[in-house]
Design a protein around this ligand. Structure first.
Ligand code: URA
Ligand code: CA
Length: 442
């Protein structure tokens, strides 16, 4: 039996906690035996003194097994999960799900609902009428085995320790701690049951990590944890100093995904999807030669297979797949307003978080857990950093269901864009790839 103040004292002095001590705290907290105030104190001690890789892995595993653990072994093949630390206009999952499965990678995706600027992948898909995201275990496994792809909401009882700890961190100023972030993310990935994991660690104004160095640190730590937990893990460090794609919303992100699967997407979003798609093919044992894999993915887009797969996934989960041919069936906002440039110039910067928050406040995301998302609203970005805008040309469009909010959001969008008279370099999307053996900077 352990003595909780003794464990807090140890961490306060910067000493290493044992696996059993960590397990004791997590089990005790989830069962209700250890109160919030003691765990709060421990979290603050961890915030100041840190945890080494072994402690962080032990914390991750104790959290991962604090509730239900998903068994994907009934799905044939190697299951690869792609996880993003969150970004703005990040439609990657929506594109990758059909794209990867169209070339033979099994995709069994569990996804949470979004809290913050825009919805999660589930919220976006729910803008398609009829689409069901609550598949029971059998339907999920059947879909993955028969059509090669399925997406479902996260089980209520997945990693209860993370739900409790995250809520506590949120109100004790202990969210921004590397070991706590890494264990929070990785515990959910490990409990989710995937064999292999691809992490998209974003950095910049629209991301959780503000700097490249912090993202690199987090990525390396999570790869270490994944490997120590017996799951091959690859992390990418990618740009979120501007939105990734062009759509910030829910229904419009479905449109952007369809456009990308049609070969008409923005190069930034497409390049990230091709990189992740080829990495998924490699990890799943479908194609290990990267250039060949990218060729196969591009061919799937050109031949319409990727888009057909998206239709199949939607139909299989009860949705109206005609939305991919006729976007007017999707929920449509009552009001639209374009924001226009007042001189010939180049986009210098887009404050991703400001744009994301504007989209959230007009209804595209949740401020509180119980908020209801308005699928129709959001922001279309017409120009990204480095692109030229002519005097009078629109660089963004706001979609809203409330006229007052429309004007407010247009102002926010205006404020989020910075322009320059001189040419501006485009931003690099992928900055680094981390495997257990090396960090490869792009
Ligand atoms: N995302 C998570 O899931 N957990 C964190 O602690 C931070 C970001
Ligand atoms: Ca998101």
């Amino acid at each position: 039996m352990f003595y909780v103040p003794g464990i807090i004292e140890k961490k306060k002095r910067g000493l290493k906690l044992s696996k059993d001590e960590i397990q004791f705290i997590i089990e005790g907290y989830v069962s209700g035996d250890i109160p919030d105030y003691q765990v709060s104190a421990l979290l603050m001690a961890v915030y100041f003194k840190g945890m080494n890789e072994e402690e962080t892995t032990n914390l991750t595993m104790a959290m991962a097994y604090s509730g239900e653990v998903v068994d994907l072994s009934f799905i044939e093949g190697i299951k690869v999960d792609k996880h993003s630390t969150g970004g703005i206009a990040d439609t990657t999952t929506l594109v990758l799900l059909p794209l990867a499965s169209s070339v033979g990678v099994k995709v069994a995706k569990m996804s949470g609902r979004g809290l913050g600027h825009t919805g999660g992948t589930i919220d976006k898909l729910e803008s398609i009428s009829g689409f069901r995201c609550e598949l029971d275990g059998e339907a999920f496994i059947n879909a993955a085995n028969t059509i090669g792809a399925a997406i479902t909401g996260q089980s209520e009882n997945l990693v209860p320790a993370d739900k409790m700890l995250y809520a506590l961190r949120d109100v004790t100023a202990t969210v921004d701690s590397m070991p706590l972030i890494a264990s929070s993310i990785m515990s959910k990935k490990i409990a989710g049951g995937a064999d292999k994991i691809i992490l998209d660690v974003k950095f910049g104004s629209g991301a959780f990590m503000k700097t490249y160095e912090d993202a690199l640190h987090l990525g390396r730590l999570m790869v270490k944890i994944g490997e120590l937990a017996g799951r091959q893990t690859v992390a990418y460090i990618t740009d979120m100093d501007q939105p990734l794609g062009l759509a910030v919303g829910n229904a419009i992100e479905v449109i952007e995904a369809a456009e990308t699967l049609n070969g008409r997407g923005h190069e930034d979003l497409l390049s990230l999807c091709l990189e992740f798609g080829s990495e998924m093919m490699s990890l799943a044992g479908v194609e290990s030669d990267k250039l060949k894999a990218i060729k196969i993915l591009k061919r799937s887009i050109e031949e319409g297979k990727a888009l057909d797969k998206f239709k199949e996934i939607i139909a299989n989960q009860g949705g109206n797949s005609k939305v991919l041919e006729d976007y007017s069936i999707l929920p449509k906002a009552k009001h639209e307003l374009e924001v226009k440039a007042t001189k010939d110039c180049y986009v210098k910067r887009i404050d991703a978080i400001r744009l994301g928050l504007a989209a959230m406040k007009i209804g595209a995301g949740r401020q509180k857990k119980d908020d209801v998302i308005d699928p129709a609203v959001g922001v279309w970005i017409y120009k990204k950093v480095g692109e030229k805008v002519m005097n009078g040309e629109p660089f963004a469009k706001i979609l809203a269901n409330n006229a007052t909010k429309l004007g407010w959001a247009a102002n926010e969008a205006k404020g989020a864009f910075e322009f320059s008279n001189e040419m501006v370099k485009k931003r690099k999307v992928i900055w680094a790839k981390i495997t257990k053996d090396e960090v490869c900077e792009f």
